[in-house]
Design a protein around this ligand. Structure first.
Ligand code: ADP
Ligand code: MG
Length: 350
């Protein structure tokens, strides 16, 4: 591109809140044939709120079902909850007591985390007037969840893998998890390992069984950005392959993908933070020129390996630094603008 054309493109970009880091990026953007969106905070607002709390008995049986009360919990192997009509007032109070206990412990464990999922759980507990106890030994398990000591017991909040790795079987919650995930929510399991059963109390041979219990499920929901669907449609009209990359589980990711018009086979879910850049490299192995669009610290390595890295300006500084293009607004339509500005620049050269 001529210096003049570069200047025109850069100026139009700046006017639209699309900042290109140099003339070569401005030229490259038009050659993008694949756009890979991060889900949380990029296609969605990243403003989570607590939507459901489900309590299970110590044996993993569902005793209550939060959120909508129309489908009382009927999880695999669970003792069937009373039919709606048979549920008397006392039972309902018991249910909400059990739910509040799950939420109280989950919020305590999450109080040390800055993750949006965690903030929504803590805020949700506060909104319900629950007195959240202090937690100790907080540990963040990236891409999985958290663990902390609450009132002498270890409380775990996170995905199926986190619980399995701590010898708690998540399968009694399978139906509840699937139902919530099909609604596009992020469902998290809450488990407890009683103080006497904690790992540090194992004998030298490590034989003390670490029998934990499944307490319940909490779910957070995010909202898809208004213009996400339009942005995906505009890119597809242009012949661009549109994909989604997320650490969230497959079912939730697909539900969100469906809402914005991304094909289910173009969803890469359950990708650990450190594996996001590998996922982009894999997409590019066939010669595809991918634009990765992301907002988080997690996304920075993926932004760096993509043919064009595009950071959402409200995101973290790390992401912005790693990117080639910064979108000053939160609007996914500006991704389309970035590509069009690049195309326009080249037209002017001719
Ligand atoms: P994303 O890529 O969507 O930003 P993450 O990689 O941060 O997601 O997390 C992936 C998954 O790990 C989440 O969907 C959730 O199941 C679990 N997880 C992560 N952090 C937490 C947390 N603080 N509490 C509970 N679960 C969590
Ligand atoms: Mg994110």
């Amino acid at each position: 591109a001529t210096p003049a054309a570069t200047m025109v493109g850069t100026t139009i970009g700046a006017q639209n809140g699309v900042l290109f880091k140099g003339g070569d990026v401005l030229e490259r953007a038009k050659d993008v044939d694949t756009v890979v969106f991060d889900k949380t905070g990029t296609l969605t607002k990243g403003e989570m709120s607590l939507t459901d709390v489900v309590a299970f008995g110590g044996d993993g049986s569902a005793v209550a079902d939060g959120g909508d009360r129309t489908d009382a919990a009927t999880d695999g192997g669970a003792v069937a909850a009373p039919e709606r009509g048979e549920t008397d007032t006392d039972d309902r109070e018991d249910e909400s007591d059990d739910e509040n206990e799950v939420l109280r412990l989950a919020a305590a464990a999450e109080s040390g985390s800055e993750h949006p999922l965690a903030r929504a759980i803590v805020d949700g507990a506060e909104e319900r007037g629950i007195d959240v106890p202090d937690a100790a030994d907080f540990e963040n398990v990236p891409g999985h969840g958290v663990r902390a000591t609450v009132e002498g017991d270890e409380i775990l909040v996170g995905n199926r893998k986190l619980l399995r790795e701590n010898d708690i079987d998540p399968s009694p919650a399978a139906e509840t998890m699937e139902r919530l995930e099909n609604e596009g929510k992020t469902a998290m399991l809450v488990g407890r390992v009683r103080g006497s059963e904690r790992s540090e109390n194992r004998d030298a041979s490590g034989r003390t069984p670490r029998a934990g219990e499944l307490l319940g499920v909490v779910a957070d929901a995010d909202t898809v950005k208004e213009s996400a669907t339009e942005a995906v449609a505009a890119l597809r009209d242009r012949g661009t392959e549109v994909m989604m990359l997320t650490g969230d589980n497959e079912r939730t990711a697909r539900a969100v993908a469906e809402q914005v018009g991304i094909d289910p086979e173009n969803v890469r879910a359950g990708v650990l933070p450190e594996d996001k850049s590998d996922a982009v490299e894999e997409i590019q192995t066939d010669g595809s020129r991918a634009m990765m669009v992301g907002d988080g610290v997690n996304d920075a390595p993926a932004l760096a390996v993509a043919y064009v890295g595009c950071a959402i300006g409200s995101g973290t500084d790390v992401a912005i630094e790693a990117a080639d293009v910064t979108l000053m607004r939160d609007d996914p339509l500006d991704v389309v603008k970035a590509v069009r500005i690049s195309e326009g620049t080249l037209q002017k050269i001719k």
